[in-house]
Design a protein around this ligand. Sequence first.
Ligand code: GDP
Ligand code: IMO
Ligand code: MG
Length: 422
Amino acid sequence: MNTVVLGLQWGDEGKGKAIDYLAGNFDVVVRFQGGHNAGHTVYYQGKRVVLHVLPSGIFYPDCLAVIAHGVVVQPLQLIEEIRNARSLGLSLQNLALSANAPLILPFHQQLDIVFEDSRYQRIGTTRRGIGPAYEDVIGRRALFVGDLLQESVFRKKFARLAEYYNRLFAAYGHPAVDSEPAITDYLQAGEFLRPHVCDTTALLQRACHEKKQLLFEGAQGSLLDIHLGTYPFVTSSSTTIAGVFSGTGLSHKSVDHVIGISKAYATRVGEGPFPSELQDDSGRRLRERGKEYGATTGRPRRVGWLDLVALKHAVQVNGVDALFLTKLDVLDDLDEIPVAVAYEVNGVRSEQFPCHADALDLVTPVYRVLPGWQKTLGAMERMNDLPQPLRAYLDFIEEFTGAKISHLSVGGERRQTIETGR
Ligand code: GDP
Ligand code: IMO
Ligand code: MG
């Protein structure tokens, strides 16, 4: 069953862990959007590994890992990641990189930083150049991985873009990017990556035709989607189901099953509205228990209660078939667990999630308080082991969102996963 795994919140839901748990049953794992703004944590042989662009299926040697054309690629970063993976004993022979993946160039990262520091548009980005790289795609100026393989083409295109950006930087009083060292580094990176570069759309279409099992790995989360998230405090790609199709070239008929991932509470990194955010001691306790510090930037994550209005929005937008609920163990010692079940604006109650930050800023969440389980979940393996209040909590989430919960995660390790059979 070809399966898509998507984050349903503001990212960091535990996608890396879930993909690593599931990938053993798949032939191919595909990243289809985002870039190295992602940080997906996986435990491999007891070691904590954070993947940024490499798909989280790389730990299974028979699994083909694909970086499709929807992903924006910083080749120097990708090489570093490949080298790190090789130092763990992974060969990565099975890595395919799309020739049509847009490049993140030095201008993009510089522009990201200029904007973030200018107070003109402070989003709290990862400062990796993701937004500006996607802007170039939409603006029809982008350079692609395939360009790295033809020196004269790359030089010509790079020089044209350098002229465009250096004018922009001059207007902001910033130094121009020094092209020559960047061109040399990027061309060398192209040679390193050459054996992996191919037409991933053709590769994936062939895999579908041969009835291979495909697993699609989302990055970021639905509430960071460029169209359906809390705009403008979003990332610059389609993090929802739509991104699978535009990002791979496969049709909707190649997807059989959609798994949505949510934490049992909520976190967010960067700016933007977060109605159920906690700024008191209970928030600080959740942050410490859940080790909520960014896997990419190390920033402390903002923390709050599970927001079922937002979760239901994400379930509906993505056509989620099953929920993979993570970090339940972080709530172990709570006697009461609030969940947001509606929003109030000027005394009017609504269960609709508004897809714009200005509207979301105005809402006050309405909570339902559920009893906690006050048991240690980390070592539990079967549904029969689960305490009654946890079952009631799961029932409530299923009924509210309309999606079944298929998996529970009670720790960061692969084995700390319970299949519910629901
Ligand atoms: P991703 O971006 O969605 O892959 O998530 P991150 O890796 O950025 O953040 C999730 C963090 O939670 C990582 O440190 C994981 O190791 C950890 N994690 C995942 N699932 C669980 C869980 O069920 N319990 C606990 N305690 N930690 C988890
Ligand atoms: P994973 O895949 C959490 C956030 C940034 C910022 C906004 C825009 O690990 O879940 P960007 O650099 O993308 O232009 O930043 O999006 N953001 C993430 N937050 N997890 C991520 O990835 C994120 N990737 C981007 O913090 O608010
Ligand atoms: Mg992450």
